[in-house]
Design a protein around this ligand. Structure first.
Ligand code: PLP
Length: 406
């Protein structure tokens, strides 16, 4: 039997002790949402973002074309540096905001493969996010390479022994997700990167499900390349542009295939032939979306105030509450844990297995409790630390329990 009172009482204690709790009031509060468990797919907006968007309209109207020279040309690198400093452990000049995650992945996978001639394999785990797998398959076809699939359990992720075995002198690139979109498994980036480097391969980390939720140290961990999106834990809004990280030492040899004018050394020289920009700017292709970069700036400000270690600590407490409830109040409902139990191996979401998951999620949505359904049989509980309270988790889990009972 679900004991909602116990769960609610524990939640109230945790909220009272939570130093980050006041920040929750800065997000748009919509009475039509009872519990939001999808902040890992589309973060909530901030109330102040309306003012920021209005200011951009004013700058556009007042400065017109002058705005590019005055502020917008440098925005991809400026915002990139800020993401790098606050969330990625990246020194300046290595992160740029550009296209969608998918397009940036395409460009960096192609560039990495080209930078390791003579190697004929790309390694990727067989449960990585669809866009990652689809791109690797089509790039392998395009470039005459073989895909080396790394088999991972659906409730886990890639382990060091697998990298040791499957990444070899034939591997040009290893592509993995820092946090698995399905299970929430948190990979040991430093160890896996070192093992791939031992075999001479480059490594590209997809940080979509970790950026803004799990502290990341790309420079210290020796990562070559990373791509992440900004509409999940960075609350950039629907279709906000993604970012790419390229280790400084690798930038000179990296040539990406979409050779547009904005990634050229001197865009306004209107030159006869493409010459890549000297630094991280060479990852760009066309005109960057200044409009799309605005909302995420409010989340970056908030992360600066809160600090990533505190964000991570609350994230661990939030997901821990779901795991505890599964063993306690939610026991006997046929739910299983489809995520790592060890919090040090878990990102910001927890997936619960249930044979009736799809119908349960549909019923929960009707009651304004919004988890995500992940086939087959997964109820994904995403918990964005700065916009989610423990009471919201307790309430939402209670509703899900009622939806399971029918
Ligand atoms: C969300 C997500 C994407 C999304 O790519 P888009 O181009 O923004 O649609 C890619 N990879 C992973 C791992 C994701 O979680």
């Amino acid at each position: 039997m679900t004991d909602r009172t116990t769960l609610a009482a524990r939640a109230a204690e945790l909220d009272a002790a939570d130093a980050l709790a006041p920040f929750r009031d800065e997000f748009v509060a919509d009475p039509g949402v009872r519990a939001y468990f999808d902040g890992n797919s589309l973060g909530r907006p901030f109330a102040v973002t309306k003012e920021r968007m209005a200011a951009l309209l004013d700058a556009w109207g007042g400065r017109l074309i002058r705005g590019w020279d005055e502020q917008w040309m440098v925005a991809p690198e400026q915002v990139g540096d800020r993401i790098g400093a606050l969330t990625l452990g990246a020194a300046p000049g290595q992160v740029v905001v550009g296209d969608s995650t998918t397009v940036l992945l395409y460009k960096l996978i192609r560039a990495a493969v080209a930078a390791r001639p003579g190697r004929d394999e790309i390694a990727i785990d067989d449960d990585d996010f669809p866009t990652d797998r689809f791109l690797v398959e089509s790039i392998a076809r395009e470039c005459g390479l073989t895909v080396r699939w790394i088999p991972v359990p659906r409730d886990g992720g890639p382990e060091p022994a697998q990298i040791q075995e499957l990444v070899t002198e034939r591997t040009a690139l290893l592509l993995l997700s820092h946090v698995s979109y399905r299970s929430g498994h948190l990979a040991d980036v430093e160890t896996l990167t070192r093992l791939a480097h031992d075999a001479g391969a480059l490594v590209l980390w997809d940080v979509c499900h970790s950026v803004g939720s799990v502290p990341t140290e790309l420079d210290r961990w020796g990562v070559d390349l990373a791509v992440g999106c900004t509409y999940k834990y960075l609350n950039g809004g629907p279709g906000a542009p993604a970012f790419a990280y390229v280790r400084a030492g690798l930038q000179p040899e990296l040539r990406q295939p979409i050779t547009g004018w904005m990634g050229a050394a001197d865009p306004f020289a209107m030159g006869e032939h493409y010459e890549p920009a000297p630094g991280i700017r060479r990852v760009l292709s066309g005109t960057p979306s200044i409009l799309g970069m605005q909302p995420m700036l409010d989340m970056l400000d908030l992360i600066e105030r809160a600090g990533m270690p505190a964000v991570r600590a609350k994230s661990v407490a939030l997901t821990g509450m779901v795991v505890d409830a599964l063993d306690g109040e939610l026991a006997g409902l046929g739910l299983t844990l489809a995520s790592p139990r060890d919090p040090s191996r878990r990102g910001g979401h927890v997936t619960l297995g249930h044979p009736d998951a799809q119908a349960v999620v549909a019923r929960a949505w009707q009651r304004d409790v919004l988890p995500d359904y992940r086939a087959p049989g997964g109820i994904r509980i995403g918990l964005s630390p700065l916009s989610t309270s423990f009471a919201e988790v307790a309430d939402g889990l209670g509703v899900i329990a009622e939806c399971i009972r029918g």
